[in-house]
Ligand binder design. Structure first.
Ligand SMILES: C[S@@+](CC[C@H](N)C(=O)[O-])C[C@H]1O[C@@H](n2cnc3c(N)ncnc32)[C@H](O)[C@@H]1O
Length: 247
Protein backbone atom coordinates (compact mmCIF):
# COMPACT_ATOMS: atom_id res chain seq x y z
CA UNK A 1 0.00 0.00 0.00
CA UNK A 2 1.42 3.45 -0.86
CA UNK A 3 2.29 5.51 2.19
CA UNK A 4 3.87 8.80 2.99
CA UNK A 5 6.04 10.10 5.85
CA UNK A 6 6.23 13.90 5.86
CA UNK A 7 8.01 16.18 8.34
CA UNK A 8 6.31 19.47 9.24
CA UNK A 9 9.29 21.52 8.08
CA UNK A 10 10.26 19.74 4.84
CA UNK A 11 9.63 22.84 2.73
CA UNK A 12 11.65 25.18 4.97
CA UNK A 13 14.57 22.73 5.27
CA UNK A 14 16.54 23.97 2.26
CA UNK A 15 20.19 23.49 1.38
CA UNK A 16 22.41 25.48 -0.96
CA UNK A 17 23.55 22.99 -3.60
CA UNK A 18 27.03 24.51 -3.77
CA UNK A 19 27.54 24.33 0.01
CA UNK A 20 27.14 20.60 0.67
CA UNK A 21 28.72 20.60 4.13
CA UNK A 22 26.85 23.53 5.66
CA UNK A 23 24.95 22.59 8.83
CA UNK A 24 21.24 23.34 8.40
CA UNK A 25 20.02 22.46 11.88
CA UNK A 26 21.45 21.23 15.20
CA UNK A 27 22.75 17.65 14.99
CA UNK A 28 20.20 16.41 17.55
CA UNK A 29 17.37 17.72 15.40
CA UNK A 30 18.78 15.99 12.29
CA UNK A 31 19.16 12.71 14.19
CA UNK A 32 15.59 12.95 15.54
CA UNK A 33 14.15 13.52 12.05
CA UNK A 34 15.97 10.51 10.61
CA UNK A 35 15.02 8.37 13.63
CA UNK A 36 11.37 9.30 12.93
CA UNK A 37 11.73 8.16 9.33
CA UNK A 38 13.39 4.87 10.32
CA UNK A 39 10.65 4.15 12.86
CA UNK A 40 7.96 4.81 10.25
CA UNK A 41 9.72 2.51 7.76
CA UNK A 42 10.08 -0.16 10.42
CA UNK A 43 6.38 0.15 11.29
CA UNK A 44 5.54 -0.21 7.58
CA UNK A 45 7.53 -3.46 7.49
CA UNK A 46 10.27 -2.04 5.24
CA UNK A 47 13.12 -2.40 7.77
CA UNK A 48 14.03 -5.18 10.23
CA UNK A 49 15.14 -2.61 12.88
CA UNK A 50 16.14 1.05 13.22
CA UNK A 51 19.61 0.88 14.81
CA UNK A 52 22.80 2.26 13.25
CA UNK A 53 26.10 3.59 14.66
CA UNK A 54 25.88 7.40 14.90
CA UNK A 55 29.64 7.83 15.49
CA UNK A 56 30.47 5.86 12.35
CA UNK A 57 27.99 7.97 10.43
CA UNK A 58 29.81 11.12 11.54
CA UNK A 59 33.21 9.57 10.69
CA UNK A 60 31.83 8.91 7.21
CA UNK A 61 30.55 12.50 6.93
CA UNK A 62 33.91 13.95 7.97
CA UNK A 63 35.83 11.78 5.50
CA UNK A 64 33.58 12.85 2.61
CA UNK A 65 33.97 16.52 3.58
CA UNK A 66 37.77 16.14 3.66
CA UNK A 67 38.34 13.91 0.64
CA UNK A 68 35.60 14.50 -1.94
CA UNK A 69 35.55 17.10 -4.67
CA UNK A 70 31.85 18.04 -4.85
CA UNK A 71 31.00 20.88 -7.27
CA UNK A 72 27.35 20.72 -6.13
CA UNK A 73 24.94 18.23 -4.65
CA UNK A 74 21.25 18.01 -3.78
CA UNK A 75 21.91 15.51 -0.99
CA UNK A 76 20.99 17.37 2.20
CA UNK A 77 22.53 16.39 5.56
CA UNK A 78 19.23 14.68 6.49
CA UNK A 79 19.28 12.72 3.24
CA UNK A 80 22.95 11.82 3.67
CA UNK A 81 22.20 10.45 7.15
CA UNK A 82 19.12 8.57 5.96
CA UNK A 83 20.95 6.90 3.03
CA UNK A 84 23.84 5.92 5.30
CA UNK A 85 21.43 4.53 7.93
CA UNK A 86 19.37 2.52 5.41
CA UNK A 87 22.52 0.86 4.08
CA UNK A 88 23.86 0.28 7.60
CA UNK A 89 20.59 -1.44 8.55
CA UNK A 90 20.05 -3.50 5.37
CA UNK A 91 23.79 -4.21 4.88
CA UNK A 92 23.45 -5.06 1.18
CA UNK A 93 26.08 -7.46 -0.09
CA UNK A 94 25.65 -5.85 -3.50
CA UNK A 95 24.48 -2.27 -3.99
CA UNK A 96 24.15 -0.41 -7.28
CA UNK A 97 23.63 3.36 -7.47
CA UNK A 98 22.51 4.72 -10.86
CA UNK A 99 23.39 8.29 -11.93
CA UNK A 100 26.02 9.22 -9.35
CA UNK A 101 27.45 12.46 -10.84
CA UNK A 102 30.51 13.32 -8.64
CA UNK A 103 29.90 10.33 -6.36
CA UNK A 104 28.36 12.01 -3.33
CA UNK A 105 25.05 10.14 -3.63
CA UNK A 106 26.93 6.90 -4.19
CA UNK A 107 29.16 7.25 -1.14
CA UNK A 108 26.19 8.30 1.02
CA UNK A 109 24.99 4.72 0.37
CA UNK A 110 28.35 2.91 0.09
CA UNK A 111 29.84 4.65 3.15
CA UNK A 112 28.15 2.07 5.39
CA UNK A 113 30.30 -0.61 3.73
CA UNK A 114 33.65 1.12 3.07
CA UNK A 115 35.85 3.83 4.59
CA UNK A 116 35.76 5.09 8.17
CA UNK A 117 31.96 4.68 8.40
CA UNK A 118 32.03 0.99 7.42
CA UNK A 119 29.93 -1.19 9.70
CA UNK A 120 29.84 -4.43 7.66
CA UNK A 121 31.70 -6.33 4.95
CA UNK A 122 30.15 -5.71 1.56
CA UNK A 123 30.56 -7.61 -1.72
CA UNK A 124 30.27 -5.15 -4.61
CA UNK A 125 29.22 -1.52 -4.20
CA UNK A 126 28.91 -0.03 -7.69
CA UNK A 127 28.18 3.53 -8.75
CA UNK A 128 27.23 4.09 -12.40
CA UNK A 129 27.62 7.38 -14.25
CA UNK A 130 27.02 7.76 -17.99
CA UNK A 131 29.23 10.84 -18.49
CA UNK A 132 32.87 9.59 -18.62
CA UNK A 133 34.40 12.77 -17.15
CA UNK A 134 31.97 12.74 -14.22
CA UNK A 135 32.51 9.01 -13.68
CA UNK A 136 36.25 9.66 -13.61
CA UNK A 137 35.91 12.32 -10.91
CA UNK A 138 33.53 10.13 -8.90
CA UNK A 139 35.95 7.19 -9.11
CA UNK A 140 38.80 9.49 -8.02
CA UNK A 141 36.74 10.63 -5.02
CA UNK A 142 35.77 7.09 -4.07
CA UNK A 143 39.36 5.78 -4.33
CA UNK A 144 40.45 8.32 -1.70
CA UNK A 145 37.99 6.95 0.84
CA UNK A 146 38.12 3.26 -0.14
CA UNK A 147 41.49 1.88 -1.22
CA UNK A 148 40.05 -1.68 -1.32
CA UNK A 149 38.03 -1.38 -4.54
CA UNK A 150 34.88 -2.85 -2.97
CA UNK A 151 33.26 0.48 -3.87
CA UNK A 152 33.90 1.59 -7.46
CA UNK A 153 32.40 3.75 -10.15
CA UNK A 154 31.73 2.59 -13.72
CA UNK A 155 31.38 4.90 -16.72
CA UNK A 156 28.35 3.24 -18.32
CA UNK A 157 24.60 3.28 -18.85
CA UNK A 158 22.97 2.08 -15.62
CA UNK A 159 20.37 0.10 -17.57
CA UNK A 160 23.12 -2.08 -19.10
CA UNK A 161 24.99 -2.48 -15.80
CA UNK A 162 21.99 -3.73 -13.82
CA UNK A 163 20.81 -5.94 -16.71
CA UNK A 164 24.25 -7.60 -16.93
CA UNK A 165 24.82 -7.92 -13.16
CA UNK A 166 24.93 -11.65 -12.47
CA UNK A 167 24.47 -11.57 -8.66
CA UNK A 168 21.52 -10.54 -6.47
CA UNK A 169 21.18 -6.78 -5.92
CA UNK A 170 19.97 -6.13 -2.37
CA UNK A 171 19.84 -2.35 -2.68
CA UNK A 172 19.29 -0.22 -5.79
CA UNK A 173 19.62 3.56 -5.54
CA UNK A 174 18.15 5.62 -8.40
CA UNK A 175 19.26 9.16 -9.26
CA UNK A 176 19.92 9.13 -13.06
CA UNK A 177 18.32 11.92 -15.03
CA UNK A 178 18.24 10.19 -18.46
CA UNK A 179 17.84 12.13 -21.70
CA UNK A 180 16.15 15.58 -21.88
CA UNK A 181 13.01 13.85 -23.23
CA UNK A 182 12.91 11.15 -20.56
CA UNK A 183 14.44 12.85 -17.51
CA UNK A 184 14.04 10.97 -14.25
CA UNK A 185 11.43 8.80 -16.01
CA UNK A 186 14.46 6.56 -16.71
CA UNK A 187 14.17 5.21 -13.13
CA UNK A 188 11.47 2.79 -14.28
CA UNK A 189 13.65 1.45 -17.13
CA UNK A 190 16.57 0.88 -14.74
CA UNK A 191 14.32 -0.77 -12.15
CA UNK A 192 12.71 -3.06 -14.72
CA UNK A 193 16.15 -4.16 -15.92
CA UNK A 194 17.15 -4.99 -12.32
CA UNK A 195 14.00 -6.29 -10.68
CA UNK A 196 14.47 -9.99 -11.47
CA UNK A 197 17.83 -10.04 -9.68
CA UNK A 198 16.44 -8.34 -6.56
CA UNK A 199 15.62 -10.80 -3.75
CA UNK A 200 12.66 -10.54 -1.40
CA UNK A 201 13.31 -7.83 1.23
CA UNK A 202 15.62 -5.82 -1.03
CA UNK A 203 15.25 -2.03 -1.16
CA UNK A 204 14.90 0.43 -4.00
CA UNK A 205 15.60 4.07 -3.09
CA UNK A 206 14.49 6.76 -5.53
CA UNK A 207 15.78 10.29 -5.00
CA UNK A 208 13.60 13.28 -6.03
CA UNK A 209 10.27 11.60 -5.23
CA UNK A 210 8.97 15.10 -4.36
CA UNK A 211 10.52 17.61 -6.77
CA UNK A 212 10.46 15.20 -9.76
CA UNK A 213 7.13 13.55 -8.89
CA UNK A 214 5.59 14.47 -12.25
CA UNK A 215 8.40 12.90 -14.29
CA UNK A 216 8.30 9.92 -11.92
CA UNK A 217 4.57 9.33 -12.33
CA UNK A 218 4.94 5.90 -14.00
CA UNK A 219 7.80 4.88 -11.71
CA UNK A 220 5.84 5.77 -8.58
CA UNK A 221 2.72 3.98 -9.84
CA UNK A 222 4.85 0.85 -10.43
CA UNK A 223 6.53 0.73 -7.00
CA UNK A 224 3.29 1.61 -5.21
CA UNK A 225 1.45 -1.29 -6.87
CA UNK A 226 1.36 -4.15 -4.29
CA UNK A 227 1.67 -6.59 -7.18
CA UNK A 228 5.26 -5.34 -7.64
CA UNK A 229 6.46 -4.16 -4.19
CA UNK A 230 5.42 -5.19 -0.67
CA UNK A 231 5.61 -1.61 0.64
CA UNK A 232 6.51 1.79 -0.72
CA UNK A 233 6.86 4.91 1.43
CA UNK A 234 7.42 8.44 0.15
CA UNK A 235 9.81 10.01 2.65
CA UNK A 236 9.35 13.79 2.55
CA UNK A 237 12.05 15.22 4.83
CA UNK A 238 13.44 17.83 2.44
CA UNK A 239 12.27 19.38 -0.84
CA UNK A 240 13.80 16.50 -2.87
CA UNK A 241 12.30 13.45 -1.14
CA UNK A 242 13.10 9.74 -1.28
CA UNK A 243 10.72 6.93 -2.27
CA UNK A 244 11.68 3.83 -0.27
CA UNK A 245 10.29 0.61 -1.73
CA UNK A 246 10.71 -2.89 -0.34
CA UNK A 247 10.31 -5.94 -2.54
C1 LIG B 1 21.46 15.17 -11.59
S1 LIG B 1 22.70 13.97 -11.34
C2 LIG B 1 22.35 13.38 -9.72
C3 LIG B 1 22.94 14.31 -8.70
C4 LIG B 1 22.65 13.87 -7.32
N1 LIG B 1 21.22 13.95 -7.00
C5 LIG B 1 23.43 14.73 -6.31
O1 LIG B 1 22.80 15.48 -5.58
O2 LIG B 1 24.65 14.64 -6.27
C6 LIG B 1 22.16 12.68 -12.38
C7 LIG B 1 23.31 11.99 -13.08
O3 LIG B 1 22.78 10.86 -13.80
C8 LIG B 1 23.60 10.67 -14.94
N2 LIG B 1 22.87 9.77 -15.86
C9 LIG B 1 21.86 10.09 -16.70
N3 LIG B 1 21.42 9.00 -17.35
C10 LIG B 1 22.17 7.95 -16.92
C11 LIG B 1 22.18 6.56 -17.20
N4 LIG B 1 21.36 6.02 -18.10
N5 LIG B 1 23.07 5.78 -16.55
C12 LIG B 1 23.95 6.32 -15.66
N6 LIG B 1 23.97 7.62 -15.34
C13 LIG B 1 23.10 8.44 -15.95
C14 LIG B 1 23.86 12.08 -15.44
O4 LIG B 1 24.99 12.13 -16.28
C15 LIG B 1 24.02 12.86 -14.12
O5 LIG B 1 25.39 12.99 -13.75
Amino acid sequence: MAQEYRTDDWEQYRMTYREPHRELEPLDAEIAVVDGVLEALHAAGALPHTTYDGDKMLAHRRAVAEMFEIPWTAISPRMQRLLYALNAIIQPENMIAAGVFCGNTFISNAGAGVGPGACYTAGQLIGVEIKPEEAERAERNVRRIDPTGIARVLAADAIDVVADFAEPIQLLYLDADGTPEKGKGIYLDILQAAIDTMPEGSLVLAHNSVNAAERLEHYLAFVRDPANFRESVNVVLDPEGLEVSVK
